[in-house]
Design a protein around this ligand. Structure first.
Ligand code: NAP
Length: 258
């Protein structure tokens, strides 16, 4: 047994010593996911990407961390080329996302009159074009002979059929677009690499800077700590099979309808 690691493997469905890539590892959920993976007895190398450097405490843990803006195609392509030496990856998790950015005037719209082309373009770039570029450049770097999972963090509000409250135009549209990209890539990849599962995952409402301005509507017991959500999500990933590819699943494993 490796010292300092969990005794029970958290992803026993992946092969012993699996290699993982967590994109958006400077975020709350991405950070918790990479920390959990590094604690997994069964885990091999954990590579992380972020738009910025890791905090000093995270950087103290031994891992490869590269800077990458997922909205910049040249950057994503160069990062994938640099990481081809670490490939193939058994697990790729995209935990990037953008809901609000007060500094640049991005905030969830309550009404159509609040829609701004610039703000919407940024939200779509991070939540939809970024995932598409990750598929474009990282799916070819994934394991083919065993179960492999590419998971993109989505949100329940990206479900058209579940939309009862309205509002949040850009974020809803971007997550719905991401879900469509997942479904479409899953169809193509089922032919090329039938062991690869491509999904969207809803992490629940999680205490992070992304959710901070909107947490008052959430009961305390329904607000997850990032580590709690990460544990749920890794459990969902472990239970996935190729038949699930293309779907969007919540933290409790329930399928979210489009
Ligand atoms: N928290 C929730 O309640 C909740 C609910 C439903 C869905 N989600 C989804 O879960 C995911 C993670 O959210 P979170 O709560 O962990 O939020 P977070 O702490 O704000 O993390 C978001 C991450 O995305 C990164 N990012 C943003 N733009 C990027 C870009 N252009 N290139 C590379 N990285 C970029 C951020 O980097 P910087 O720190 O450098 O900006 C940050 O690391 C998101 O997809 C979010 O939509 C969250």
């Amino acid at each position: 047994m490796l010292h300092g690691k969990n005794a029970e493997p958290i992803l026993p469905s992946l092969k012993q010593g699996f290699t993982s890539l967590v994109i958006g590892a400077t975020g709350a959920i991405g950070g918790a996911l990479s920390a959990a993976l590094m604690q997994d007895e069964n885990s091999g190398p954990v590579v992380t990407l972020g738009r910025r450097a890791l905090s000093r405490s995270d950087a103290a843990q031994s891992r490869t961390h590269l800077i990458c803006d997922v909205t910049d195609e040249t950057h994503v392509q160069a990062t994938a080329e640099a990481l081809s030496v670490s490939a193939p990856f058994d697990l790729v998790i995209n935990a990037t996302g953008l809901l609000h950015d007060e500094a640049s005037g991005v905030r969830p719209e309550k009404a159509v009159r609040q829609i701004s082309a610039d703000a919407m373009a940024r939200v779509l770039a991070v939540n939809a074009i970024g995932p598409a570029l990750i598929m474009r450049y990282f799916l070819p770097l994934m394991v083919r002979d065993n179960k492999a999972v590419m998971a993109h963090l989505s949100a329940r509000v990206g479900s058209v059929s579940d939309n009862r409250l309205g509002g949040w135009y850009s974020y809803r549209a971007a997550k719905a677009a991401q879900n469509m990209l997942v479904a479409t890539a899953a169809i193509e990849w089922a032919r090329r690499a039938p062991n690869t599962v491509i999904v969207g995952l809803h992490p629940g409402t999680v205490d992070s800077s992304l959710s901070a301005p909107f947490q008052s509507a959430t009961a305390a017991h329904k607000l997850f700590e990032p580590a709690q959500s990460a544990a749920y999500l890794l459990g969902v990933i472990d239970a996935l099979s190729p038949a699930d590819s293309g779907g969007v699943f919540a933290w409790d494993g329930a399928r979210i309808q489009p």
